[in-house]
Design a protein around this ligand. Structure first.
Ligand SMILES: [Zn+2]
Length: 305
């Protein structure tokens, strides 16, 4: 019998419109939803429509003036990559709300695994800056919310091919949130060196794995089958949040990392086997529509098993 796995999604996420040709498009979520329906995965999931995170919740991580700035901005580019349309603020609040609802759900034991199919993505967003397609840091607000609820050790795994600069910076001096990232390096956004290990009271609670352009499944399996389980055993988390970006796939147009589809399955399996703690996956990148849809399906199959 299947495990209880929540899929947190709403068509509201399609209302964040980006200009023609922008890789972070609503077609990404449409491809995922259509593929899950076609493959029969859709009906095996518990479907949740997220709530809208409020300003107080956003401010667990973000600067109030920044939140106000995003709310009152008119359409346009916030940085060379990050576009905001008239609905973006509202949609971004729902993206955060999806993670908060998933945390509530695992806390209330309605399910112990959830996948939040959201956009805009979050891991590049800093306390007071939008960047790299990200407006609010969905996973970070989730971690701060979970901390407030009483979770003692939250472990964030970020397998997006880009380093999650925002997430790292938000928790780098806080050992109750451990940040583990594998990413192409050197690469956008420039952070994520292995010597970045956290600061002050958070020293030792950030772990970065740099991977060179051309690395593939073999290198990733060393990271996810050897290093990650060991770190998780040391930290003993009571909640796992995953920044799930599928742009490390060999057919993704935005990276030079060559993980195969079966490699993605092995990564997911290692994450799921690494701890008994509840696990919440939150979509970040992934820009080849077919690959993204198939990888999310595989993730959900593994989560259901
Ligand atoms: Zn990415």
């Amino acid at each position: 019998m299947d495990r209880k796995v929540a899929f947190v999604y709403d068509d509201i996420f399609l209302k964040h419109e980006t200009p023609q040709g922008h890789p972070e498009s609503k077609e990404r979520l449409l491809a995922i939803v259509n593929h899950l329906k076609k493959e029969g995965t859709w009906e095996r999931l518990i479907h949740l429509k997220p709530r809208k995170a409020n300003e107080e919740e956003l401010s667990l991580v973000h600067d109030l003036n920044y939140i106000k700035k995003i709310r009152s901005s008119s359409s346009g580019y916030l940085d060379p990559d990050t576009y905001l349309c008239e609905h973006t603020y509202e949609v971004a609040c729902y993206a955060v709300g999806a993670v908060l609802d998933a945390i509530d759900g695992v806390h209330n034991k309605e399910f112990d695994r959830a996948f939040c199919a959201v956009r805009p993505p979050g891991h590049h967003a800093e306390v007071d800056t939008a960047m790299g397609f990200c407006i609010f840091n969905n996973v970070s607000v989730g971690a701060a919310y979970a901390k407030k609820m009483g979770y003692k050790k939250i472990f964030i795994i970020d397998f997006d091919v880009h380093h999650g600069n925002g997430t790292q910076h938000i928790f780098e001096d806080d050992c109750s949130v451990f940040y583990f990232s594998s990413h192409q390096f050197p690469f956008y956004p420039g952070t994520g060196r292995e010597l970045e290990i956290g600061k002050g009271a958070g020293e030792g609670c950030t772990y970065n794995v740099q991977l060179r352009a051309g690395a593939g499944t073999k290198e990733y399996l060393t990271v996810f089958q050897d290093i990650l389980p060991q770190k998780i055993r040391e930290v003993r988390p009571d909640l796992l949040l995953v920044s799930a970006g599928y742009d490390m796939h060999k057919d993704d147009p935005l990276s030079y990392i060559n993980v195969t589809t079966e490699g993605v399955r092995s990564i997911i399996r290692s994450i799921l086997n690494s701890s008994y703690a509840p696990k919440i996956f939150v979509l970040e990148g992934g820009y080849n529509l077919q690959v993204l849809a198939e990888c999310v399906k595989i993730t959900l199959e593994e989560m259901l098993a």
